[in-house]
Design a protein around this ligand. Structure first.
Ligand SMILES: *Cc1c(COP(=O)(O)O)cnc(C)c1O
Length: 362
């Protein structure tokens, strides 16, 4: 078999080799049923078992309290941009949004379809280089909820702790690119969501963790498929769910547990990111995008002094088996995405090349 490359993709991201091996086996025949995982009925015993085990593993990984529902829905994190306000925001109410990057911007843009939006922070004029402190956030009088994005995948910034939202107001978090990369106290959240393809699996399903009382907010008539309540009632099987992606989440949750859980994963993620940030800090050549106190452990964004040198660097990286590191068009430069499953040796390979490149071109 061909050797696998260091894949720095921002999503879909790297998967652990043992997870891929297991999936390969189970696609052919899962658990001795003589039927592959992608061919089992979503109402049958085999899939029943998988759903129950997947949810249990998810709760264990995230230490998710019993008064929260764990849902698997479709449409990506992008669909949560309308599902959240559709389910939680009445027309005459206001929701507060912390606009700290590209995806937070996409979320804030959709909410006015359903109610009023107040931008409690907007980092656009600072090119989204930092995460606001609590004193830089201006909440509205009585928001229905506060929406924020814990890790800004494109700009490479990350909240180090939760923003202090007003007492009693549900905190709604887009955790798409850092879920289960570190311990989180879900009791502080009303709702959190993440599509699976960055830290917990493959594209096709989105994990939603929602506090039970929010299921009954019900500010308007909605199609059944748009109601969290219906997904909760029907145990994420109102229609045919993406069986294989949900099964993959189960493998990933068990993989995280086998690594020692989110505490161990967090220590590893800290160490991995440090390998690359240390190069930036020691360099008079490389330019990091994020302010130092706001740096993401998941997506490291940086550039060379000129776009031509960026191009050259990406070419050299590819020649050494480091792929999909080109930055998003809004930031340019490079973005090294180093999610849970990305191996530490890949971070060393990148750091070595960065130092070497600076010596030759700096
Ligand atoms: C990738 C990403 C999204 C979009 O996810 P989709 O699954 O493509 O809808 C939203 N928010 C954040 C923070 C992301 O990183």
């Amino acid at each position: 078999m061909a050797e696998r490359k260091y894949n720095f993709s921002a999503g879909p991201g790297y998967l652990p080799e043992e997870v891929i091996e297991q999936a390969r086996h189970d696609l052919w025949d899962i658990r001795g049923t003589g039927i592959g995982i992608a061919e089992h009925s979503h109402r049958g015993k085999t899939y029943d078992d998988i759903v129950v085990e997947t949810e249990a593993a998810c709760r264990k990984v995230g230490n998710i309290p019993s008064n929260y529902k764990v849902l698997f829905v479709t449409g990506g994190s992008t669909s949560q941009n309308y599902m959240v306000p559709a389910n939680l925001l009445a027309q005459h109410e206001t929701a507060d949004y912390l606009v700290t990057g590209y995806w937070a911007e996409r979320s804030a843009e959709q909410a006015p379809l359903y109610g009023r939006v107040h931008r409690a922070f907007d980092g656009g004029k600072h090119n989204h280089t930092f995460i606001p402190s609590d004193s830089e956030i201006r909440y509205s009088e009585n928001p229905s909820y506060v929406h924020w994005c814990s890790n800004n995948t494109i700009y490479g910034t990350q909240f180090k702790k939760e923003p202090k939202v007003p007492e009693g107001v549900p905190s709604v978090c887009d955790m798409c690119s850092d879920i289960f990369s570190r311990p989180v106290d879900f009791k502080k959240y009303g709702l959190a969501y993440a599509s699976a393809q960055k830290n917990i699996g493959i594209a096709g399903t989105t994990l939603v963790v929602i506090r039970e009382d929010l299921l009954d907010r019900n500010p308007r008539e909605l199609p059944l498929m748009l109601q969290y309540r219906v997904h909760a009632r029907d145990e994420s099987r109102h229609n045919t769910p993406p069986v294989f992606p949900i099964y993959m989440c189960g493998l990933m949750f068990n993989w995280i547990l086998a690594q020692g859980g989110v505490e161990a994963i967090a220590r590893r993620n800290e160490a991995k990111a440090k390998i690359i940030y240390d190069v930036l800090d020691a360099s008079s050549f490389w330019i990091g995008h994020a302010r130092k106190d706001s740096r993401s452990l998941m997506n490291v964004t940086f550039r060379a002094p000129t776009p031509e040198l960026d191009e050259e660097f990406l070419k050299e990286a590819a020649a050494r088996g480091m792929e999909q590191m080109k930055g998003h068009r809004v930031t340019g430069g490079m973005r090294a995405s180093i999610y849970n499953a990305f191996p530490e040796r890949g971070c060393h390979a990148l750091a070595d090349l960065m130092r070497d490149f600076e010596r030759r071109k700096g």
